[in-house]
Design a protein around this ligand. Structure first.
Ligand SMILES: [Zn+2]
Length: 698
């Protein structure tokens, strides 16, 4: 019997019978490409149905989403308050599109939108709609003729089922989808009679009720989908990555199709939003299908729905989608003049989709071979109140960037999924200020560390339970060997420093200095024996005459490092992940990278060496193994959009693989490369990467 580390080295750490190793057998698991032209009310007189279906067929999509909707009907509905498009006349646009797609062997998902309805419905069914504190129906912020419906109302159990059943009775559809539901972004604040009986919106108690309602409706709609045929199903709109409003673990347990509505980056977001979303989907879907909607439209703020974003930007979003294990999905809005007035994205998308179609077995993943897990902390994202002026997402941003800079292979795991079965494949679990951790989650992390796993924690990790109740001591105090010794200290002028007390592998490369930057905020912990870094408290930054330490030396640790058998543990009392992101300070990112390398003993299932900022994924695939390289070396990395790509040079890849490798193909370059196999590892060089490369090992 090999121990866990030997298994990691051979890349066999996951039992082959685990859920994640079993590809989804049902038809959504076989979908490789998806297309959608989102209808506007005007499209019944604009859309060229044949050109529409022909375009999607030329992209080799398996499925199209076609609008039934709940706001504007595109067929001759008889459901009261399902208002037909004023341009529909006596046509059946939905039926025509459905037939045109089916004729080409493309499946159809009926797209509905339960989130809004018109004033006549408000008058007839006041109970369907969200209410403000004065009890008034809330007009939609963009078009005041529309009113948001309430998730807890009978709109969801009467009106929506009537539409689903009507569509099922009239057409051969393969499934149903709800756009605009479950509630997206912030929790709804509704004061209707139903909602007044619920816990206060924004609390964990409200979240319980929201999850209960969403998944009971999900089950209801799924059962209605199946009334027509057993293989039909329902799925809802999710997205927003780690900020999703419903419990993602439950989504993973429920969804055959994870529809991530995260269509592109806006303004000053970093490049990797799609890849990050893919990691979220991977964590909860466990090998079941997930797809990321790529909006061809301008996803910036303000938006332009009918003009496309830059082609390199959209293409990089699609590349991240497939690299991170999701199915690519192209989304166009509006069919003015036949297929929309902006055709600039049509051909590049066709080329990209056709390229993936040539290599489907290499994009059909069995499992990630990463050996590092990052806990995504959904409750922390939803309920944690970080120090003033900070955002819960910045802790992840900083760690994510450090992981990319260090070229680590990592997965996300959900905080409700920390059992040994999930964590045993990982050499280290990272907790980027996962402030909210329940007793059970702490117990699972403790068990993981006791079994030899390594841990990184920062700042207020585990200081709150899963109900957002503050603990008197860190939930993982014993695991990290720490004791809370005060309250959060912020910065006024110079932030605190970390004084180097002794050499250690986490300080690799830091020479010629006694000090490193600390962080903007810290929660002091009690002194430990033989500290590696100690805190030099912050002081005045201006005037420079006063910019010197009044207390140059303390015993307060700036990092606590412990070892217990195979398990290594690193605790940073400062929010170094977030401060690294906010300041861009290279020392902080380097310190995180060094620490992760120490935790994992420098061991990695695959390594990619070369110049440039690259995001890497490595998968066991249907065909063998694949290493995906996304080239983010671009002046528009941190602020969109990409104007062009900046190619990088040779990347040396080493991957540990059981068994024999017969061929290494570069799927973008369209060439084979020589390789060398020895001692369970395969080595080869990718001569260069323009935007994206996939090294496929058969
Ligand atoms: Zn309500």
């Amino acid at each position: 019997m090999m121990d866990r580390r030997t298994l990691l080295k051979t890349g066999l750490a996951v039992p082959l019978l685990s859920v994640s190793a079993t590809p989804e057998a049902s038809w959504p698991g076989r979908i490789r490409r998806i297309g959608q032209l989102n209808f506007t009310e005007h499209d019944p007189v604009e859309l060229n149905v044949e050109a529409w279906a022909g375009y999607w067929a030329s992209l080799k999509v398996d499925v199209v989403l076609v609008s039934v909707t709940g706001i504007i009907a595109y067929y001759q509905t008889k459901v009261p308050f399902h208002r037909r498009s004023r341009y529909l006349g006596d046509r059946d646009l939905f039926g025509e599109c459905c037939a045109a797609a089916k004729k080409r062997g493309i499946r159809v998902i009926a797209r509905t939108s339960p989130d809004l309805n018109w004033e006549d419905a408000v008058k007839a069914h006041p109970e369907w709609f969200m209410r403000d504190e004065e009890g008034r129906a809330m007009a939609h912020h963009e078009d005041p003729r529309l009113f948001p419906t309430c998730t807890f109302s009978t709109y969801m159990t009467d009106y929506m089922p009537a539409i689903l059943r009507e569509v099922n009775s009239l057409y051969d559809v393969d499934g149903f989808f709800t756009n605009g539901w479950p509630p997206y972004g912030a929790f709804p604040a509704c004061f209707c009679d139903q909602c007044r009986r619920l816990p206060k919106s924004g609390t964990p108690e409200y979240w319980d009720k929201l999850n209960e309602r969403v998944f009971s409706l999900w089950k209801l709609y799924d059962s209605i989908a199946k009334e027509k045929k057993a293989e039909s199903f329902f799925f809802a709109n999710i997205g927003r990555a780690i900020h999703a409003s419903v419990n993602l673990k439950q989504v993973g347990a429920t969804a055959q199709w994870f529809q991530a509505d995260n269509q592109g980056r806006a303004n000053d977001a970093p490049m990797w939003g799609a890849a990050l979303q893919g990691r979220v989907c991977g964590a909860v879907q466990k090998g079941k299908m997930s797809t990321l909607v790529t909006g061809a439209w301008s996803t910036c703020d303000p938006r332009w729905r009918n003009v496309h974003k830059s082609v390199p930007e959209a293409q990089m979003w699609l590349s991240q989608t497939v690299a991170s294990g999701m199915v690519p999905y192209l989304h166009l809005i509006g069919a003015e003049t036949g297929l929309g007035e902006d055709h600039r994205m049509l051909e590049p998308a066709r080329q990209f989709f056709n390229w993936t179609a040539q290599h489907d077995p290499h994009f059909t993943n069995k499992r990630s071979i990463a050996n590092i897990a990052v806990v995504m902390g959904q409750r922390t994202q939803l309920f944690y109140a970080p120090p003033q002026g900070t955002s819960p997402s910045q802790y992840m941003d900083g760690l994510y960037y450090a992981l990319l800079e260090g070229r680590f292979l990592f997965d996300f795991v959900h905080e409700d999924d920390l059992a040994a079965e999930t964590l045993r494949k990982y050499a280290a679990v990272l907790l980027p200020n996962i402030a909210l951790l329940g007793d059970e989650q702490c117990r699972q992390l403790r068990a993981y560390a006791d079994a030899g796993g390594s841990l990184l924690g920062t700042f207020e990790t585990g200081l709150y339970d899963d109900r957002n109740q503050r603990r008197s001591e860190f939930g993982l105090a014993d695991v990290f060997g720490i004791r809370k010794a005060g309250e959060v200290i912020g910065t006024n002028g110079n932030a605190f420093y970390a004084r180097i007390e002794r050499r250690h592998p986490i300080l690799e490369g830091f020479t010629n200095t006694n000090l490193l930057p600390g962080a903007e905020y810290r929660l002091p912990v009690a002194p430990v024996n033989g500290p590696v870094l100690t805190v030099v408290p912050g002081y005045v930054a201006y005037p420079p005459e006063l910019s010197y330490p009044t207390q140059p030396h303390t015993t307060e640790p700036a990092v606590v490092l412990t070892e217990n058998g195979n398990s290594r543990r690193a605790w940073f009392p400062g929010d170094i992940d977030r401060t690294s992101w906010r300041t861009g300070h290279t020392d902080l990112s380097q310190l995180l990278q060094n620490t992760i390398a120490w935790l994992t003993r420098g061991d990695a299932p695959a390594r990619v060496e070369g110049e440039g900022l690259v995001e890497t994924f490595a998968w066991e695939t249907e065909a063998g193994f694949a290493v995906h390289l996304l080239n983010y070396t671009n002046p528009n990395l941190h602020r969109g959009w990409l104007r062009r790509f900046y190619p990088i040079g040779a990347q040396k890849v080493t991957i540990k693989i059981p068994g024999e490798v017969k061929r290494v193909q570069l799927l973008r370059a369209g060439v084979d490369v020589p390789f060398r196999a020895s001692g369970g590892a395969v080595e080869f060089t990718v001569p260069g990467v323009v935007d994206y490369e996939v090294a496929a090992l058969s």
